[in-house]
Design a protein around this ligand. Structure first.
Ligand code: GAR
Length: 196
């Protein structure tokens, strides 16, 4: 069994979609959802999905130990950042080499970096007059949005698209691709992945 932890700070539509996708899998399990925000809607979704969810303070993320203990408690093999807005500290990255991925709502390296999340990204894409945008799924490293790219999918930005229209198109791509790419990575790495 490969156990996944999802880290999320917001609404959790990706977390929910991933959990639903893997619900029918016997060998891949969404074991826990972790957040830095007690009032994030992702907790409500977790409750409905029957997945345990927990909130930790920023200082706990920065220190790493409490989070790593939680990962050990749930025998986590792989971490998925799905709208998670804090930087992952070195200690967690070290404990999960090549096993932490993030989704970014644009075509990195464009529109990445600190402060580039959610609507900020779509507004920037609109203001720059881009004719296309998309999603990037990538490994994380020490710098925001700079880890190795695993997968990108594109969509058109039409002249009359508002930032909300762009967000909707990107959301559709996320729902369509993110769970499948997670599965592909896990199946490819399956010989190395189980630490427990
Ligand atoms: C998603 O669009 C994700 O790509 C983005 O936050 C949203 C979370 O939505 N992530 C970032 O901007 C990271 N820089 P969700 O909470 O409904 O899954």
């Amino acid at each position: 069994m490969t156990n996944i932890a999802i880290f999320a700070s917001g609404s959790g539509s990706n977390a929910e979609n991933i959990a639903n996708y893997f619900a029918s899998h016997h060998d891949i399990n969404i074991a826990v959802i972790i957040s830095n925000k007690p009032d994030a809607y992702v907790h409500e979704r977790a409750k409905q999905l029957g997945v345990p969810s927990f909130t930790f303070k920023k200082s706990d993320f920065d220190n790493g130990t409490v989070i790593l203990n939680k990962m050990a408690e749930y025998q986590i093999d792989f971490i998925v950042l799905a709208g998670f807005l804090l930087k992952v500290p070195h200690s967690i990255m070290e404990a999960f080499p090549n096993s932490i991925i993030n989704i970014h709502p644009a075509l990195l390296p464009k529109y990445g970096g600190k402060g580039m999340y959610g609507d900020n990204v779509h507004n920037a894409v609109k203001n720059a007059g881009e004719t296309e945008t998309g999603i990037t799924i990538h490994y994380i490293n020490e710098n925001y949005d700079e880890g190795d790219i695993i997968y990108q999918a594109m969509c058109e930005v039409a002249d009359l698209d508002t930032p909300q229209d762009i967000a909707n198109k990107v959301h559709t791509l996320e729902q369509m691709h993110f769970p499948k790419i997670i599965e592909k990575i896990l199946r490819k790495n399956s010989k190395n992945i189980s630490k427990y």
